[in-house]
Structure formats: structure tokens, C-alpha cells
Design a protein. Sequence first.
Length: 418
Amino acid sequence: MATTPAPPQAPPKPTWDPRRPQPVFPWLRPTIRIRLTLLYGGMFLIAGILLLSIIYLLAAQAISTGNQPLYKIVKFSALQVSSDNCPAINMASTTSVPLPDFNNAIAQCVDHQRQAALDDLLSRSLLALLGLAVIAFAFGYAMAGRVLSPLGRITRTARAVAGSDLSRRIELDGPDDELKELADTFDDMLERLQRAFTAQQRFVGNASHELRTPLAINRTLLEVHLSDPGAPVELQQLGKTLLATNERSEQLVEGLLLLARSDNQIVERKPVDLAEVATQAVDQVHAEAAAKGVTIRGVRKPAVVQGNGVLLERIALNLVQNAVRYNVPEDGWVEVDTDIQHGQAVLSVSNTGPVVPAYEIDNLFEPFRRLRTERTGSDKGVGLGLSIVRSVARAHGGHIAAQPREGGGLVMRVTLPI
């Protein structure tokens, strides 16, 4: 009698909670909102206390000044009165004036002294308020800069990451507030991005290295068979075709390996003159240009940058090769210029050639893409030249821009920081 198999057991629950631990009292968490509330509320309270104290002292002084006697009795028998603050009383006491007029003079002097005390209190209060406002703005500016200083650190790290340096981390210290949570989340994102990019580059590099060996063996076997003088003509023709295909595959593998290398940030930099690099590229392509009837010209002024000489030479070589190969059948030319413009080194390669629509420019920099074609389908290259140029320029902190020439052809401008 067959036994019924037992139902599968549920997987054991993890012994740790993958979620972020929550504090016992979340409202006691020192968030930015609470800290700013306490900061500006405390500043307002302190400023109010100071202003109230200053006004109290000024009011006490004004009252003390206002309570000073307006006059003093000089002779009690003759009732002669004198006053330093009210000349009208002195005049009234020395002349015979009716009693109502004397009382009116005293009332006017009292009103005048009260108004003077109030004006003095108002002017001093305004000066105190202005001084406290200046102190409050300066203190608030300093405190706001201290509270928001982690944002500057996050911004600098993000700018460094934008330059292809995925190894940078914020590692923000301080209270467990919104800014630290943002920094930790940004660090986690950078960690995942770095792992993804590293895995992709390692895969491309390993695949390229693994493909080199069989391609080299195929090339050797084909060259041995082609060196046999007794081989049939059909076999020799097939061998030449296979050898060309094998060479094309080797170029593709080398291009993939270089593309994987150029996506990294350049760590070791040395002074490299773009004029020298461009001249070497022109010398390498000179024979092909002469065979196609293309004239190479241009003015190459010194433009020294900090970077990798091999990769920068590949930039110039790819651009000059493309300019020669994609040219007009007759009377074509290629112009290669180097210069320093607006504090940056510029390598410019322009040529005559077919008319290129402006909306097709972006497709030229995609791997295995050509003008109006999705895949490589000609013997002019493997479709990685401009992709490599863009990757190398980005790794050096620069960029490349393409612009159609009027009448046909392109103008390629590579801009690199000095």
C-alpha cells in the first residue's frame, strides 16, 4: 500500500528582521523638522527675551527722566520758580502773569518732557531691534549652514559619482535624521550600481579574453592552409573569406574589451598632448587615405590634458578612420584640428561625406549601430568606434558632440578638461 507523501513544509522564518528597526518612540527621533523647530523656536524666544529686557530698561530710563521735577522753588516767600527744561516757567515767575497762564505753561512743559521721553524710547528701541535683527540673521545663517552641511557633502559625492567614480561613498555621521537616512540610501544605491557595473565589465572582459584564444587558433590554421601552394583555388578563396571574417571577429573582441576598459574612471593620469596624439593617428591612416584619394589637413596646436595616452590615441584614431572611410568617392578631405578653447582642450575632426540627418546623430554613438542600419553589415568596421570614443571621453571627464556639415559629412568635437 503506497503511502501518501507528506505535504512540503513551509520554509523557516528568518531569525532576523530585514526591515529597518523602528525606535520605541518615533516622535522622539531627532529629525530635521524637530531640530529646525527647536532651533528657530529657541532663537525667537531668546530674541524676544532680549528685546523685552532692552525695552524694559529703556522704559525705566525714560520714566526716570520723565519724573524729574520741571521746576524748583527759589524763594518760598515771593514764590519765585526756576526751571532748566522749561524757560516759560522762568519767564512767568519773573513777570506778573495771571495764574491760569502760569498753569498752562507748566502743563505745556509736562507734555513736552513726556513727548521727548517717548521719542527717545522709540529711537533707542528701533536701534535695539536693528541690532538684534542683524545678530539673528547672522546666527540663523550660521546655524542653517551647520544643519544643511550634510547636503553639501551629499552633493559633492554625487558630483564625483557623476564623473564615473562609483567607488565614492558619503558615509555620513551624525544623528539619525532625514539627511543621514538619505545618505545611507544613496550609499546603498551606489553599492548596487557599482556591483552591477563591475559584473558587467568583468563579463565583457572575460568573454573577450576567452574568445581571443579560439580566434587566434583559427587565424593560424587558415594562414597555414593559405600558405600551401598546392591548395585548390576554391579552397584558397574560401580561406581568404574565412580569414577576413576571423579578422573582423578579432576586431570586434578587441573593441568590446576596450569598451569595457574605457567605461572605468581613469585613475593613473599623465600629461598627453592631443596634437601629438592626433598626428600619430593621421600617420597611421595616411596610407588608407591616399588609397581612397582623401586629403588630410588641419592645424594641430598644442593641447595638453591629463589622461591615458593609449585611450586618447584610440579616440583620435577612431575618429580619423571613420572620417576617411565614410567619405565621398572623389576629392574628399578630412580636417583634424587641436586647440585650447575656453579653458578646455578640443580635438575636432571634420570631413566631406554623405549627408547625415540631424535626428540620426545620436544613433551613431550606440554600439553596433550605423547610419540607417541596426547592425554591422559592411567591411568598414565593427560598429564600436564612436561608442569607444564616447566612453573614453566620459572616462576623462569630457564629452563628444557631432554636428552635420552643410553639404555632407560630419564635424566631431571632443572636449576634454585640461
